[in-house]
Design a protein around this ligand. Structure first.
Ligand code: GLU
Length: 433
């Protein structure tokens, strides 16, 4: 694999700069509180879930190509392991913060709770800009991170995976480093691996397929056929680009997409195959056009479905009243703040939350882990069918919970996500409720 192809595959989830206007941990805690209040759970539960049970900060030394040594900060947050080992990706991004990693690990616990995976949530991050690093530097950084956290991760402890700006090549280096430390082959230590190292069929496209299956359910619910949908996708990375392709193939009009630089919009529908063919190695397409918009302008354009598939903190109380779609499907983690969800609800705009809509990634990671543990591998069709079953069951559960309690789908998803971790913690004697 070349540096170019690493870069091309490197945009897992995100291709625009981080702009969390609110603190993601505060966001997580405030929706958590609301969900716990609906369930009438005592404060003890909030106290347990509001922060991770374990949080590590490490420093990784890398000899850079210019001969100098650079120290990178890394984090691993393990939110709750009452239901099993913890699970979650590792992101490489210049703006990674401890609070962001903590919140993301909490969201992973909820994702695993909703979908019934035998895991608690985790998340890792390294403060770095992979777009400015060579292939060699990235390899050293990836291996250094595994050495730094090797005591606390493992196939039955905490299982990492790709996230923003990390990909299957990085997972391969991390696996190799772990195998050397442990002195045996342990493919189930990490998911999102290349197929030849025990990766699963369908893992690369899992998050976008999950979003697509969610859209199919919404289409039935709202009696709005996919082929009649006008869709804007913010972010043309791993999730956004596969999703755009699927939707285009199904006859939907993808009227807008954006990348790290800006957005493009055409009310007649964009030529997605042309964009996929001509994007550069970082998934940038907006530079192919003259009349571009900013990311913020693009998400305020008219459409039926808006899919933020880039980064957190995109729809906030500052712009929620200018959003002109019928449905928001959160493919990124944390793109819509709690306050924005309330404003959108008042305006009759449905928000399908991230912890439901983008859970396809961790679902297929779970399948990968099962296949590694069994040493028996499934076909892409088997993976896809099981993914669809799980997403469908989760969606219906969350939708019914939102109706039952009269709450938005975000709060309903938290309610569903909380139940199992609370039950498991109670049975273990960690809380007394
Ligand atoms: N990073 C992905 C997420 O945020 C996938 C995690 C995993 O596969 O463990 O859901």
């Amino acid at each position: 694999m070349t540096v170019q192809s690493l870069e091309k595959n490197n945009q897992s989830h995100v291709s625009v700069e981080t702009d969390f206007l609110e603190n993601p941990l505060t966001e997580f805690q405030s929706v958590l509180k609301e969900a716990l209040d609906v369930l009438h759970y005592p404060d003890e539960v909030f106290e347990m879930l509001k922060e991770p049970i374990r949080f590590f900060e490490v420093r990784i030394s890398v000899r850079m190509d210019n001969g100098k040594t650079k120290i990178f900060k890394g984090y691993r947050s393990q939110h709750n392991d009452s239901t099993g080992p913890t699970k979650g990706g590792i992101r490489f991004h210049p703006d990674v913060t401890p609070d962001e990693v903590k919140a993301l690990s909490g969201w992973m616990s909820l994702k695993c709770g909703i979908t019934g995976l035998p895991y608690g949530g985790a998340k890792g991050g390294i403060v770095c800009d992979p777009r400015k690093m060579s292939f060699r530097e990235l390899e050293l950084l990836s291996r250094g991170y595994v050495r730094a956290v090797s005591q606390i991760v493992g196939p039955t402890k905490d299982i990492p995976a790709p996230d923003m700006y990390t990909n299957s090549q990085i997972m391969a280096w991390m696996l190799d480093e772990y195998d050397h430390i442990r002195e045996f082959d342990s493919p189930s230590f990490i998911t999102g691996k290349p197929l030849s190292l025990g990766g699963s069929q369908g893992r690369e496209t899992a998050t976008s397929k999950g979003v697509l299956y969610t859209l199919q359910l919404i289409s039935e619910l709202k009696k709005l056929p996919i082929k009649d949908m006008r869709i804007i996708i913010q972010g043309f990375g791993n999730v956004g680009s596969f999703l755009a392709m699927y939707l285009y193939e199904m006859g939907a009009k993808v009227v807008g997409v954006s990348d790290v630089i800006g957005g493009i919009y055409d009310s007649e529908g964009l030529d997605i195959p042309y964009l996929l063919e001509n994007r550069d190695s970082f998934g940038v397409v907006s530079n192919l056009f003259d009349n571009t918009l900013s990311n913020q302008e693009l998400i305020e354009k008219e459409c039926d479905v808006l899919i933020p598939a880039a980064i957190g903190g995109q729809i906030t109380k500052r712009n929620a009243d200018r959003i002109k779609c019928k449905i928001v499907v959160e493919a990124a983690n944390g793109p819509t703040t709690k306050e924005a969800v309330k404003i959108l609800k008042e305006r009759d705009i449905l928000v399908v939350p991230d912890i439901l809509a983008n859970s396809g990634g961790v679902i297929v990671s779970y399948f990968e882990w099962c296949q590694n543990n069994q040493g028996y591998y499934w076909t892409e069709k088997e993976v896809d069918e099981r993914l669809k079953d799980k997403i469908t069951a989760s969606f219906l559960k969350v939708y019914q919970t939102s109706k039952k309690h009269g709450v938005d789908m975000k709060v309903a998803a938290y309610i569903e996500g909380i139940k199992r971790v609370t039950e498991a913690s109670r049975l273990r004697g960690w809380i007394n409720i």
